[in-house]
Write a protein that binds this ligand. Structure first.
Ligand code: ADP
Ligand code: DP6
Ligand code: CO
Length: 344
């Protein structure tokens, strides 16, 4: 019997991935950039996955958040298939490759609520499998086969997923742009507006956007490439105002694409809209950009700000949103993660 347990944090995109050119290989239509949270031994938002391999297991099994799920799901099978291709028989003396496995994964934050559970979940799964079978080298391409955004959670700090050009996806990989230590006072505050599962999964909604939105191709081809360049410069030069404006504009444009999808996907609710207005009002009051919002495919807000704003911002948020948003504040140490995923 061999057991591995790993944790992997979520990543929050500042230039969004939305749209696939290849659904099977999970190849995106544009590059994207995100920061990965610090996993902090499970204190921050992360997935924790244990995999057991044993010659005595009669079959393969998967549990997600305590509930048994289908082991034959296509994405899990694709990850396993690709991982098995990378196994070096010399590194695995036992017959482990032929043993059945039991996978048990839990998220310590809402699943399928637009807080990147698929990113943490599949990054963790692939990282744990790579440990189990002693796989070496880049594993972001393997994580990508589980969920596109998962490839970015393989690395800490500021990460870019390069869409790649090849047909087989071999160059559609994540790379670290800068480690956490590059911008040590950066913080993320998560405002949980609604914990429920979203109505439209990211995968399905993205597919409908690809076939119906008349704006999506223009965004991917003519807007995102310049934004990626500008975002890389903003991160490199630690220009918060530039970083914040690009982040907010890209979140807004992504949600505009969701509205341009037919039938439309409404991910943001009234509280999400009030948080957007609040952030702009706060920045106006401060006469400079101090905070940025971004929303994935869900109503929950991710705020980027610098350490010196955090306590004041949290007190004002508590005043302005006394009951409407149930908040979870991940403040101290929610800087972006410094190193590769930790193994416990
Ligand atoms: P989110 O916005 O949370 O990423 P998605 O619609 O992209 O939502 O993906 C949610 C799906 O990701 C879940 O229904 C499940 O299939 C998968 N997922 C979430 N967490 C895990 C996990 N820890 N391990 C494996 N798969 C996971
Ligand atoms: C809005 O990675 O969840 O969060 O590749 O189909 O699993 P699949 O989709 P997923 O989509 C994430 C979309 C996003 C933006 C982002 O994280 O870049
Ligand atoms: Co997702």
């Amino acid at each position: 019997m061999k057991i591995v347990t790993c944790i992997a944090p979520v990543n929050i995109a500042v230039i969004k991935y939305w749209g696939k050119r290849d659904d099977e290989l999970i190849l995106p239509i544009n590059d994207s950039i995100s920061s990965t949270l610090d996993a902090k031994s499970g204190a921050n938002m992360c997935a924790k996955t244990t995999i057991m391999a044993s010659p005595n297991f009669k079959d393969n099994k998967l549990w997600l958040n305590g509930k048994e799920e289908n082991f034959d799901a296509v994405r899990l099978q694709n990850c396993l298939k690709e991982i098995k291709k990378r196994i070096n028989p010399i590194g695995n003396k036992e017959d482990i490759i032929n043993w059945n496995i039991h996978i048990c994964s839990e998220n310590n934050f809402p699943t399928a609520a637009g807080l990147a559970s698929s990113a943490a979940g599949y990054a963790c799964l692939v990282f744990a499998l790579a440990k189990l079978y002693n796989i070496e080298g880049d594993i972001s391409g393997l994580a990508r086969r589980g969920s596109g955004s998962a490839c970015r959670s393989i690395y800490g700090g500021w990460v870019k997923w390069c869409k790649g050009e090849s047909l087989d996806g071999s160059d559609s990989l994540a790379v670290q742009l800068a480690p956490t230590s590059h911008w040590p006072d950066m913080r993320i505050i998560i405002l949980v507006v609604n914990e429920s599962r979203k109505k439209h999964s990211s995968t399905n909604a993205m597919k409908t956007s690809m076939s119906t939105s008349t704006l999506l191709a223009t965004r991917a081809e003519t807007i995102v490439p310049a934004r990626i360049n500008n975002m890389e410069i903003a991160i490199k030069t630690k220009d918060f105002a530039k970083f914040a404006e690009l982040t907010m504009r890209d979140s807004n444009q992504f949600h505009a694409i969701c509205l341009d999808t037919y039938p439309p996907c409404f991910y943001l609710n009234e509280v999400s809209h009030s948080i957007i207005e609040f952030v702009h009002a706060y920045n106006d009051f401060k006469k400079s950009t101090q905070v940025a919002y971004t929303y994935d495919a869900g109503p929950n807000a991710c705020l980027y700000t610098l350490e010196n704003n955090v306590s004041e911002l949290i007190s004002i948020i508590n005043e302005v949103f006394p009951t409407s948003a149930s908040r979870e504040e991940y403040i101290k140490g929610i800087r972006v993660k410094t190193t590769e995923l930790s193994q416990v």
